[in-house]
Design a protein around this ligand. Structure first.
Ligand code: NAD
Ligand code: TYD
Length: 357
């Protein structure tokens, strides 16, 4: 079996659902169920004995060791993290605790489990760490895209904590021989994306008749990848990746935020027109920029393409249409995640976030 941590979050739950649909191999899903973890994402797996869920914190090293010894996984895939840049600006402590201390505890538990394995299972064992392109820092418009050789220059508490975790993973390979793999992926979008991040926030706010808050001038560039393509890249690296190596994963799809918001509005104008006949674009509102806002991320995903043969199967146009359709079909999921805790965040972050025009 495999262990997945953070498998009730956005990318983790997509990964677990795809895994269970494609493989007979069981999954032990370890998730603390923070505000971002949602068992409703995994509803389709109810009654599926190949999916075992344990609510636990990856920073609980003793429990992690116990679970690994009990279930004897051939691989551990670490998605668990605090993942939202704006939250890391308001309160970095949870990011240090989960992303750094949690990864450290998980590595310690994995190391002691790995050392207990017989030579055959030890040879096959993998620890795959899921990370982000944000560890590389910010690019100007003309800089080349990030390769795996780019030095780390993280700028937010989120990216700094992920960079620290990537360094720890690397060190456990070099020092202790733990067979690790790391993936650094660009911005994901798709089903089950928590509506605090750009694309799902724009969709749910548009449908609710609320403002679409664009930070600063909206010209910051991100490289977008459909979440199912990220999941296929992780399966590919798990199967074929060389231990100790890192692999960049991206969609070859750089777009300024404002273009993304316009695309979401255009598609909604077509798929769910406003009842007053107006365009969703009327809801766009420019607000005060994020402090320390990275200007551009761009991923060079040639290594994973050339060495492992992976490439994305969705274009942004096909992926964003699927995503919008999913949100239109799953309004109850949206209503359920917009609980008290969600409202508290929206009030704390956006109320008093000055309108810039
Ligand atoms: P998410 O915030 O949606 O989900 C994180 C999950 O981890 C949640 O289910 C949460 O309950 C769980 N979790 C948090 N702290 C935990 C702890 N201490 N112990 C156990 N579980 C804990 O995040 P996501 O967007 O699905 O991101 C998953 C991973 O992918 C993260 O490591 C993130 O850095 C990385 N990543 C995300 C993106 C993106 O665009 N979302 C891009 C590249 C990389
Ligand atoms: P986000 O989805 O938070 O991902 P990240 O910061 O990890 O890239 O934000 C994506 C981009 O969208 C980023 O440049 C910030 C911007 N953004 C807005 O303009 N308005 C918003 O309300 C949010 C949440 C993000």
């Amino acid at each position: 079996m495999i262990v997945v941590t953070g498998g009730a979050g956005f990318i983790g739950s997509n990964f677990v659902l795809d895994w269970c649909a494609q493989s007979d191999e069981a999954v032990l899903n370890i998730d603390k169920l923070t505000y971002a973890g949602n068992l409703e994402n995994l509803q389709d797996l109810q009654g599926n004995t190949k999916h075992i869920f344990v609510q636990a914190d990856i920073a609980n090293g003793d429990l992690m060791r116990e679970l690994f010894n009990k279930y004897q996984p051939r691989a551990i895939i670490n998605f668990a993290a605090e993942s939202h840049v704006d939250r890391s600006i308001h309160g970095p402590a949870d990011f240090i605790q989960t992303n750094i201390v949690g990864t450290f505890q998980l590595l310690e538990a994995a190391k002691s489990y790995f050392k207990s394995l017989a030579p055959g299972p030890a040879l096959a064992f993998r620890f795959l760490h899921v990370s982000t392109d944000e560890v590389y820092g910010s690019l100007s418009k003309i800089d080349p895209a990030f390769t795996e050789k780019k030095n780390f220059e993280p700028n937010s508490p989120y990216s700094a904590s992920k960079a620290a975790s990537d360094h720890l993973v690397r060190a456990y390979h070099h020092t202790y021989g733990l067979p690790v793999l790391t993936t650094n992926c660009s911005n994901n979008y798709g089903p089950y994306h928590f509506p605090e991040k750009l694309i799902p926030l724009m969709i749910v706010n548009a449908l609710a008749g609320k403002n679409l808050p664009v930070y600063g001038d909206g010209q910051q560039i991100r490289d977008w990848l459909y979440v199912k393509d990220h999941c296929s890249a992780i399966r590919c690296v798990l199967q074929k990746g060389v231990t100790g190596e890192t692999y960049n994963v991206g969609g070859w799809n750089e777009k300024p935020n404002l273009d993304i918001v316009h695309m979401v509005c255009d598609l909604l104008n077509e798929m769910r027109p406003r009842t007053d006949g107006k365009k969703y674009q009327e809801q766009i509102t420019f607000v005060t920029d994020r402090p320390g806002h990275d200007r551009r991320y761009a991923i060079d995903a040639s290594k994973i393409a050339n060495e492992l043969g992976w490439k994305p199967s969705e274009t942004f146009e096909t992926g964003i249409r699927k995503t919008l359709q999913w949100y239109l079909d799953n309004q109850q999921w949206v209503a359920n995640v917009q609980s008290g805790a969600y409202k508290d965040w929206m009030n704390k972050h956006y109320v008093g976030h000055d309108k810039a025009n």
